[in-house]
Write a protein that binds this ligand. Structure first.
Ligand code: SF4
Ligand code: SF4
Length: 427
């Protein structure tokens, strides 16, 4: 009976999760190409450095250390969760215990992790609600964003409490103990007066509560900022290898230039007649797949905004907001495009209606945000693409830039002087 209930719950979880993934996949299909992913070796190294060893998070040593321990703790606890699933499906008890000493080490690490994660989650909640940490309270964060953060923290805390409950009452209710649970072994004597039958019930209760919460958590993650639990490692792997300041050329423009310089080239001949659908980014579907992946990965931690010179000097721009807006906009418009086709419009657009022109032009392209982001999210390239749309399709650059563009066109330089006068200074 236990197995049937467990397998039914697991199938429902897999079904709902697959549906969420399918919806996200259909949104990815609307996005545009990004630079090809090459240099796998370098990318693996970058993933180890930034995702697994959490290099950039240690810039803030105290919060960074706690966050890194929570991340590593989760990785260890994941093994225990896999074991619970195997046990539930196969009707076994501690199915991975055949691993011997490795099992003991994993269980001990998981047990220790559960306690410090529970403790750090309390610290995170106190930091968030009682300490005035500016980066956690930007005006771009809605009430829903804050509720999402508290809800996920409360859920993780409950997950850890049920894991601790599982371990403590396992020690009290079982005649033979498989695995090592160092902290729970110290805690268990406090509950020694609980009758054996009740301990067994509490063990079973925590076991079920723990796994049902995992299933529930897995299914709300795709709709939460905590989706970064799944997305952060792939996003770091797919992150940028080139220097942050390097701008990507637009492929359609490169083709045009090559065609002008050498009409014979095979490169220019290949689909050069294809009309360009859009220069830059106007709406969510014009973003490339990496921009959209970035938006799903963002944890809304605000580290980017806390170093942004535009944001710090009171301008409209918050780099964090850009990706919150992109994710929301894709959710809002993407489902209609999927159903009704690419021509669907709701009379709004990301650029102009949701991300305003003052935000887009406030960026200095200093790249501080991209450097600070622990998840390799790249804001400036997205901002540049929105500017490309404004300049190339709308001629809507700020007046100062229009002057520069006119000078480049007429004089081949941003200054107001003729090319012929360029060397006059030598005289
Ligand atoms: S690149 Fe732009 S958005 Fe990023 S920190 Fe600099 S000014 Fe802010
Ligand atoms: S873009 Fe990066 S630094 Fe900024 S809020 Fe998101 S995760 Fe944090």
């Amino acid at each position: 009976m236990k197995q049937i209930v467990f397998i039914s719950l697991l199938l429902i979880t897999i079904g709902v999760f697959s549906y969420s993934v399918w919806v996200l996949y259909s949104y990815f299909r609307l996005t545009r190409k990004a630079c090809p992913v090459k240099q796998t070796g370098k990318r693996i190294w970058m993933t180890l450095e930034y995702a697994i060893f959490q290099k950039s998070i240690f810039r803030n040593p105290v919060a960074g250390f706690m966050h890194a321990l929570v991340f590593w703790g989760f990785l260890v606890i994941l093994v225990g969760s896999i074991e619970v699933v195997i046990d539930g499906v196969a009707g076994l008890e501690k199915s991975l215990s055949f691993l011997g000493i490795i099992y003991d080490i994993l269980m001990a690490a998981g047990d220790i992790s559960a306690y410090f994660i529970a403790l750090f989650i309390i610290v995170f909640i106190i930091r968030r609600c009682c300490m005035n940490i500016k980066r956690l309270h930007g005006k771009e964060l809605s009430k829903k964003n804050h509720q999402d953060a508290y809800f996920a923290l409360a859920l993780i805390f409950t997950l850890m409490i049920t894991l601790i409950g599982m371990n403590v009452f396992y020690l009290l209710s079982q005649p033979e103990i498989l695995g090592v649970y160092p902290v729970s072994q110290m805690v268990a004597p406090m509950f020694a007066s609980v009758p054996e039958g009740t301990s067994l019930f509490l063990y079973e209760f925590n076991w079920w509560a723990h796994i049902v919460l995992i299933f529930f958590f897995a299914n709300i993650l795709p709709y939460s900022k905590h989706f970064h639990i799944f997305m952060s490692i792939p996003n770091v792997f797919l992150g940028r290898l080139e220097p942050l300041g390097k701008l990507y050329n637009m492929e359609c423009i490169t083709k045009e230039v090559k065609l002008m310089l050498n009409p014979e080239t095979a490169y220019a001949a290949a689909d050069s007649d294809q009309p360009v659908e859009r220069f830059g980014v106007l709406d969510a579907e014009d973003a490339n797949w990496k921009n959209y992946l970035d938006s799903l990965t963002c944890t809304q931690c605000g580290r980017c905004a806390s170093v942004c010179p535009a944001n710090l000097t009171g301008k409209e721009l918050s780099p964090r907001k850009l990706f919150i807006d992109l994710r929301k906009r894709m959710k809002e418009k993407g489902k209609h495009i999927v159903r009704q086709g690419k021509d669907y419009t709701d009379g709004k657009s990301l650029v102009g209606d949701i991300i305003t022109l003052p935000e887009i032009w406030a960026c200095t392209t200093c790249n501080a945000c991209a450097k600070e982001c622990p998840l390799s999210i790249n804001h400036p390239s997205f901002i540049i693409d929105m500017r490309r749309y404004l300049v190339m399709e709308k001629s809507a650059a700020p007046a100062e830039l229009n002057g520069i563009f006119a000078n480049i066109e007429n004089n081949g330089a941003p200054w107001q002087y003729s090319k012929d006068d360029r060397l006059k200074w030598t005289e």
